[in-house]
Design a protein around this ligand. Structure first.
Ligand code: SAM
Length: 232
């Protein structure tokens, strides 16, 4: 049975930023093959005045402008896909994005993503529409669009049919809370450095053992918190 096409619906003030990098390589091919499709919605189309106003000054004063809840509310409600979809707003105040979350989103029929701009978004819009607040890292971008591109790219890789081999997904970093083991390819001798001998042995169980060991050791050294969260 052919699976249904996954839809990424993005609410943004800059629809021209999409699909951008998503039209290349794996994601681009997957879009061509109708494994997923993209629908961008311009938030400004839902402004009511002749200037297309989407933001206003913060109550309580302070720097910057805040995106208005009435404009966002209309944009969201008129494009709300229903209960089965994941509904996400990108914000530095959200929970950190993880591979587990990406996997959860990729199992849905689609995702609606709200991109913020300026100083942020009126809190009433976020809470009234029960949006899942997601942060892509502990740094501040000037807008949600680059974060949406990253999120969609990570989702599309997991959709059935995007990647040639399912194995490449199983062994990747963050699956089983481990980083991937180190990889090597030709030339055999590069600047005096050679790949570990075990990889040339042809002994698959030894290779697997070595890879598992290296994945564990590298995770301990580089990202010990991943192993701690595995025990929880
Ligand atoms: N004043 C906000 C704060 O300190 O939390 C930052 C606003 S930022 C300049 C504008 C928009 O970029 C945000 O509303 C959000 O949509 C997006 N953004 C910035 N950094 C992000 C991050 N790390 N993860 C997800 N979205 C981010």
């Amino acid at each position: 049975m052919k699976s249904k096409c996954f839809e990424a619906r993005v609410l943004t003030l800059f629809p021209e930023m999409f699909p951008g990098p998503l039209s290349y390589s794996l994601a681009g091919k997957a879009m061509e093959n109708k494994i997923w499709n993209l629908n961008t919605i311009n938030i400004r189309d839902y402004a009511e005045d002749k200037h297309g106003t989407v933001d206003d000054e913060p109550y309580g004063g302070g720097a910057g402008m805040i995106m208005r809840p009435d404009v966002l509310g209309r944009a969201f409600d008129e494009n709300n896909p229903g209960r089965e979809w994941k509904k996400i707003i990108l914000t530095p105040r959200g929970k950190p994005l993880t591979q587990k979350k990406v996997r959860e989103i990729s199992s849905k029929p689609g995702v609606i993503i709200v991109c913020g701009r300026y100083e942020g978004i009126d809190e009433r819009f976020i809470s009234s529409r029960s949006l899942d607040e997601v942060c892509i890292g502990d740094y501040v971008l000037s807008g949600g669009e680059p974060a949406a591109l990253i999120l969609i790219d990570a989702i599309v890789r997991l959709l059935t049919g995007t990647m040639g081999s399912k194995e490449s997904l199983i062994e990747e970093s963050f699956e089983n809370n481990l980083l991937e083991y180190p990889q090597y390819t030709r030339p055999f001798d590069w600047e005096g450095m050679k790949p570990p001998e075990v990889l040339l042995s042809g002994n698959h169980s030894e290779i697997e053992k070595w890879r598992r060991y290296m994945a564990l050791e590298d995770t301990k050294k580089r990202r010990p918190e991943l192993l701690i969260s595995e025990k929880k």
